[in-house]
Structures are given as structure tokens and as C-alpha cells.
Design a binder for this molecule. Sequence first.
Ligand code: ADP
Length: 517
Amino acid sequence: MINKKIKVITVALLSFIFIVALAFTYSEISSLDENEKILEDIYSSQMETILFSVNQHSDDYVNSWANKIASTLNRFESHDSISYLYNALVNNNKSIKCVLTADTLNNLKFKEPKSYNLDFKEILKNNKVLIDRLVRYSQANYRKIEPVELKQKNGDLLLLFIAKDIANNEELCGIIINSEDFIYNIIADKILKINQGNLGSNFIIAVINGKNNTTIYPDTASKKLDVQTRKQLWLLPEYYLAMSFTGETVESLVQKRTYTNLIFIIILIILIFVGSYAAFKTIKKDIELAQIKSEFVANVSHELRTPLALITMFAETLEMGRVPSEVKKKEYYTIISQETNRLSKIVNKILNFSKMEAGKRTYSFDLIDINDVACEVFNTYKFHVRNKGFKFEIKVDDSLPLIKADKDAIGEAIINLIDNAVKYSEDEKEIKITTGTTDENIYLEVADKGIGISEENQKRIFDKFFRVTSNLVHNTKGTGLGLSLVKHIMEAHKGDVTVTSTLWKGSTFRLVFPIEN
Ligand code: ADP
């Protein structure tokens, strides 16, 4: 009943813990996605800021070139002067390949350096809409610079804008740059600062070619980066600014952490289960012990009451002089003496047990012959046991070496075993004491052909207060202390007590002593 209650409480508690752990695990796993999303947002907004500053930096450069060209056009009319200044611009800036101006938006006025082979007219024709828009911007006093890809030229880009010449006419200007040179000479500067900044060693900002995804800058980075997010550059539409990880990605760090948390939870659940199981076992054992103890009190009371009742009854009968014959009187005296013996045996057992429990039982060891003890007990008990209808025998091995033992304690152990053999035998009444040796030890066996002990109970019969709770045993008186006393005695002798038994066939208890060297 109590066990059932504990079980219910334990199961309810475990289920509760399990559900909480499950909910936590679920929230951890679902937060993985959420974490990744948050991270993506962080990357994206960080990237946006970086991109803006890189674009701004590129724009500043290109605008400064455009300003120089515009002011040249605005101040000089002579072809030579303008050409001279254009050449200076080309020579001073590694990324500029050529500077061009078309005077009436139809004819080329300058083409520098001369070697740059470009069909400018074709470009003008193809980009008419764009140029018209640039002109409209210029009329509104805003100079916009637009990139135009030069298809046949590898990585070369034409940056178009409108500037006003000395006569205030709108002229189409172009700066031809090489994109990769521009990246190395101008954008790299900015990126270097960003990479050295507070991004942390795990991140780098790189420029990648959008067509083949190869890394242009930094050239130390591996050609294929673990790109987290990328954004197109304003001026160089073919190129992208990319944020990538050199070390472990934050996602994988977050993932790892989440997995570590999960492992911890699993370990925790296992520990909780193991702990609960251990607690359940201990509580169960304690309750069983409490139950067993109360049974013990009932058993002992019963054990004491029966002989006391008999003694009182026969003593009173004798006292009143109501016993007619001497034979009867003798019989009554014998009963009184037997029952007194039984009483003192029980009381001794209890006293010995309480001494043993308190750790106060002492032993006095002497060199003794175990056969002597066995024979002494056999001789004392043989009439008593045989009187009860038992075939009682002893067979000793005369070659046994002496052992160091407490003679009285060993005698007590043997008596306990004989007592049990008598108590737990039914129809086949046969008890045999045997002594002998094996390679490692000396033994004394008490074998009976009684009711036997189930395998499950064999493990527990040496526990204090334990009694087999089958109906048959309940009818047999006992305290559940005998075998625990035997075990204690044997342990004090550095030996052991073992049992082999088959239900309804009989049991053999063996006291095992180590051989003295
Ligand atoms: P008890 O006072 O009950 O005999 P013990 O500690 O001596 O206490 O024995 C514990 C239990 O072991 C007994 O209740 C009985 O069920 C079982 N037992 C002991 N000896 C024998 C035996 N020889 N045959 C069958 N069962 C036995």
C-alpha cells in the first residue's frame, strides 16, 4: 500500500520533471532558428553600415577626380592644357586608365592615352537614355557619376558624368578605371581599416567578383570564402562586398552552445532519473525496514509470550499441588525447564543482536579445532533433535587444520543453523552436519531436507529482521535475527556464510573459514 503510494508520487514527480525538461529542450531547439535569424539581421545591418562607408569612400575619390576634370574644363580652352592636366590625373592615379571628354556629346574631343582603343561613339549610342538623364541632373546642378561596363575590356569600367566647359556647354566626361586596380588602390584602404577594427578576428570583409565568386581582396584570403552576406558595390556593379568568417562562425558557436545545453539537459534528466531511482529504492528499503521491525516486535512478543504462558501455567498447577503423580510432576518440571531454556535463548539472541548492532560485540580468538565445536554442539543437541523425530548425523573431516576462532560464537552460529533446520523442515526430517576443506578454506555445513528457500529470498535471509513471508513460515516462530547473527559472526572471522537451497527439497548452509597460514 505504502509502496504503491511512493510509486505513484515518484512517477508523478518524474513525469513532471520530464515534461519540464522536454519543454525546455523544445524551446532550446526552436530558439536555434530564432538565434540564427537574429544573427542574420545583425550581419545584415552591420554589413549595411560597412557598405555605406565603403561606397562613400569610393564616391569621394571618384568625385574628387570628376571635380578636377570639371574645373580643368571650366578653366581651360586649349586642347594642350586640358590634355596635359588629364594626363597628370592618369599618371597620379594608378586605377585611372584614361580620361575622356566629348564636347558636343557627339564627338570625341580628347582621348587619353591614345593607345586606349575604345569605340566611344558606340557607347554613346548604347547609353543614350543614361546620358540624357545625366544631362538633366547637370541642368539641375547635380553631378551624378554612372558606371558603364566595357564589355570587351577585362574589368575596365567607364564612369560617365557631365561637366560644363569654359563656354558653359554641357560636355560628357568619362573616366576609365580598371575595377580591380580601383579595389586594390582605393577600396582596399578602407577595408583594411574595417578589418583591423572591431569586427573581431573571426570576421573579414572582402571584395568578391559576383560572376565567378572569387575573392579579389584581400588576396591572402582563400579564394572561396565562407560568405555570410554580400552586397553590391554602387560604383562597381560586378563586384560585391562580402562579410565572411575566417574562424568558427557565430551560428556554429550558437549551435554548439545550444547542443552543449541540450547535452547538459539530457545528462541532468538521466541524473534526476538515477537520483530518483536511488531515492525511491532507499525510501522503499526504509519503509520495508520499518514494516519488518514492527513485525519483529510482534514476533518477539509472540515468541516470549508462549513459553511464559506455559511456564506460568505449569508452575501454578504445581504450586497448587494439583498434580497427582510424580511422573506428571517430572513431566511438568521438564516442560518448565525447556521453556525457560527457550526463553533465555531468545533473550540471548536479542541481546547478542543489540550488542552486534551497537558494534559492542567482542570475540576472543583462540586456535581451535572446528570439529570439536561441531561435535560438542551435536552431542548437546542430538537427543533434543532426535526426540523431534529427526535423523540427525555428523560427519567430520579429521584432517582439518586448526583455525583461529571464537569457540562460543561459532557454537552459537551452528546452533542457529540447527535450530532453523529443525524449524523449517516438514515431512522429511533429516539434518546432517559435515566438515571439510576446499583449496582455499575450511567449511562446516548444516544440511536439511526441509521446505527450502526460493532464489529471490536466498538473497535476503541474511538481512536483519527478514523472515520469508509465506504462510508456512508465518506459522513457524522466529525473530528474523538468527541468520544475521550468523553472518556477523562469520564476517568477524573473515569468513562467510553461504546457502544453497531448492524449494521443497532442502537447504544447505555453509560456514566458510579462511585457512590460517
Ligand atoms: P528466524 O527467526 O525467522 O528463523 P533467521 O534469521 O534465522 O530468522 O532466518 C531468516 C529466514 O530464513 C527464516 O524466516 C526462514 O524463512 C529462512 N530460513 C532460515 N533457515 C532456513 C532453512 N534451513 N530452511 C528454510 N528456510 C530457512
